[in-house]
Structures are given as structure tokens and as C-alpha cells.
Design a protein around this ligand. Sequence first.
Ligand code: ADP
Ligand code: MG
Length: 480
Amino acid sequence: MEYDIVIGLEVHCQLFTESKIFASDANKFGGDPNTHISVLTLAHPGVLPKLNEKAVEYAIQLGLAFDCEINKFNFFDRKNYFYPDLPKGYQISQDKSPICLGGEVKFKIKQGKVFSSHTVKIHHIHLEEDAGKSIHDLNPNFTYLDYNRAGTPLLEIVSEPCMTSPLEAASYLAEIRKMVRYLGISDGNMEEGSLRADLNVSLKPKGSEKLGTKVEIKNMNSIRFLQKAAEYEIERQAEILNNGGTIIQETRSFDPDQGKTFGMRVKETMNDYRYFPEPDLAPIVLTDEEIKEAKVNMPKLPYELFETFSKEMGILEEHAYLLTEERALCEYFLETSNFTKNYKSVSNWILSSIKGYLNENNMEIIDFPVKPSKLAELIENIDKGEISNSAGQMLMSLLISSPESNIIALAKSNNLIQSKDTDAMGSWIDEVLTQNATKVEEYKKGKKGLIGFFVGEVMKKSKGSADPKVINSLVADKLK
Ligand code: ADP
Ligand code: MG
């Protein structure tokens, strides 16, 4: 039997606020256990929560970035359940009335050289608080509790069940991570749990309208694992269905070592949580002014930059795609482009030499020592013919170790100024042609591709200082 794959994601994203969502405790990852906890976090009797306005602003910004409707009257509910990492016995969350409604996430998937465009519909985005952390593996006889994380502001982004492949789900999650990083509202760090996703997967007979029973795989903390878990789960469900079985609605967990999902518990129903409006917090009432202000504070978004780069600046879509992967990369590109109009060259430098250097050294672009103005100066000198391309590469390595150097002075002291001395070039060419007489014969008999070889040999003699374009035409003339 053939099936349609249906995937929906619930993505939790910790916000980068200074303090927690309802208390003034520091919102910081790490730190000694139970050092960011006040009476509020510990739920002492009689204490009252107070809403962090920054968290609301961040929620609005993410909503606007994904084209959601901002719900101008929204409020919190209590989600009641018992767990030791939840001292209040309930989680403050939004159920009936989330802050953002609808919306969509648009992104591209690149497979080989081909791009496909995707749109994933968002059901809603709501605000809530995170729970503390239970630590089970320090001691076989005890569970330890660290409440530092309790009360961290979270956004939960709930998609519609509309994704149709594990790759699409993984790319959607990657797009959310990219967006929260662009907006600067979260570090999106999946290893540290700042971003995590619950993966819902079901199958239905091909073409059927009715959704199948879903299984929820909790707390995926890596994009790669999410894709793997979805792949495994689809196979597992297909096998059950093909053998005439039924899927039970349950919560499962993924073991990356085995590449398999395991049943944890049968899913709670809504009623088990006994949701009711949080009586200690006033509803959030937003004005158009406040929404506008949140918008003004937003940077340009990746898809806007993609358009600018590819349509207005003449950058290949494939390169625009790579540049917009990271906001800091875009900023470096844009800043360099303030100093030179050769945007293509800027993009090439960033995506090849600079990225290569960063990857090799496990570095981020913000730590790259050569400033955008210097890169632009280098590009301008290459364009003016002062420096050859290959000398430019050497100069870049020199600049990395002394980023403040004057480029022309550096080129001069390293013999990297492009030679315009045609006499010298002429004699190098003569030497190369005499030394390779048989190749010259072959060239004359029609093996024209050999010109590259001759140019290369002359470049070697010039130690990279000659202009390959000039040599090319000089060699071609001589061989006529
Ligand atoms: P629940 O009531 O179990 O929390 P929701 O309807 O709130 O379920 O959906 C939770 C998440 O599960 C959403 O992201 C949604 O897209 C996804 N989902 C819902 N039904 C299905 C389904 N049949 N198959 C796959 N995903 C689904
Ligand atoms: Mg739900």
C-alpha cells in the first residue's frame, strides 16, 4: 500500500531575555545548579508573577517575521500537571488565546543544484514558561533538580500537519533556527536546548483526506536527528499498517545511537491538564503602536536580503542562498559592499576563501580579523590590475596575520604587485615555449587546450605577479 506522509512540528524556542518570563532571576544557560532561583521560581506561597515585556516584544517580532496575525488580546492559562521540575504544580502557558495566529514559514531546499520552494503553515505561536531540569544520571539512586531553567521564556511554534517529508520538516526547523537568530531573540542552540522540537508523524492512504493517527516524538535536540527519527517512524508505521495493524496514539522518544524510536507513554488528553485562565496575570492587551514599535526594531529578514542580493545586486541565487544562511555573513557582505561595487567579487571572497578559512579554524565571521573595508580595498586593487587574483589570495593570508597593513605596501614588500613589464613577460614566455617545444607542436596541430598549460608555466616563472589575462593573449599571439 502507498501512503502519504504527514508531519507537524511543535518547536520550543527559549528567548534571549535578561530575566525570566515572570521573575527577575537571570535567564542564563549554565551556572551552578539552583543559582538563578528566587521565591517566584520556587513557587513560594503568596508570590505573584509579573510579565516580562521583552518576551512579548520578541513574540510579536517572530509572529511578524512569519506573517502571523498578532492577537491583540491574548492571555495566559494554567496547564496543571505534577512533575518535580515544576514547583508550582502547573505551567503558565497560553492555550485558548495565543499571541500569534496563523502565518507561514517560507523557505527553499537545495538538493544538488536545484532549489525547491516550500511553505509551511503555522497554526499559532504561544508564550509559556520552561520547566526546571531533572538530572537522572549523576547518581543511580537519586534524581537531582536544577531550577535555573524554570521560568525561562519560551515561544512554542505549532505548525499545521502539512509537511510531507522528513527533509521538509528538518529544513523547516532549520529555517526557524535561522529566523530566531536573525531576529536576535534566541541563540537557537539545539545542543543546549534553546531550541527543541516535538515531532508528530502519521501516515494516511495515498490521496485520502482524513489524517491518520499520529505519534509524537518528544524533545528532538538536533535537526539531523529529527530527520532520522521521522524516517524511522515512517518506516515503522508503514510496516504496522501493511501488516494490518493500527497505530496507537502515543508519545515516543528517539535514541540516536540506535536510530530508533521507543514508546514512552500513551498521550495525555486535553482534559488531563485542566486548563483555566491564569488568575494572577492580567491579559496582554496590545496596541497598534506597540506592534509597530516591535516591527521597527526588527532587522532585515533573510528572504528580503535574498531578494536584494539576487535581484538588485546581481548575485547568483545559489550564492545569495549561502550568504543569507547567517545574519553576520550578510552584514559582512553588505558592509564590504559599501566600499566597492564589485558585489560578485565580494560574495566570491566571502563564500570561498573567507568561509574556507573560518571552517578550517572553527571560527565565526564576527571574529574574522580582516575588516570589510580592507577586503573591499583588496578587491579594488585586483580590479585595477595592481594585484593579480592569485597574489590577492596570498595577500589575504598575509592580511589575516596583520589585518591593519596597508595593502599596496604589503604587496610591494612581498613582490606581489602585478607586473606590467611586458619585456619580462615576453622573455618568460619565450623560455616556456622553448622548454616545451613538443607541446608547442601539439598546440599548432590543434590541441588548443594547451594554452592553459603555457600560461600556468609563465605564471610560475613570474611567481604569480603577472596578469594571466595579459599572458594569455601574448602567448596566443606568439603561437599564431
Ligand atoms: P494535540 O491535541 O495532540 O496536542 P494538536 O492538534 O494540538 O494535537 O497538534 C499538535 C501538533 O501535531 C501540531 O504541530 C500538528 O501539526 C501536529 N499534528 C496534528 N495531527 C497530526 C497528524 N495526524 N499527523 C501529523 N501531525 C499532526
Ligand atoms: Mg496541542
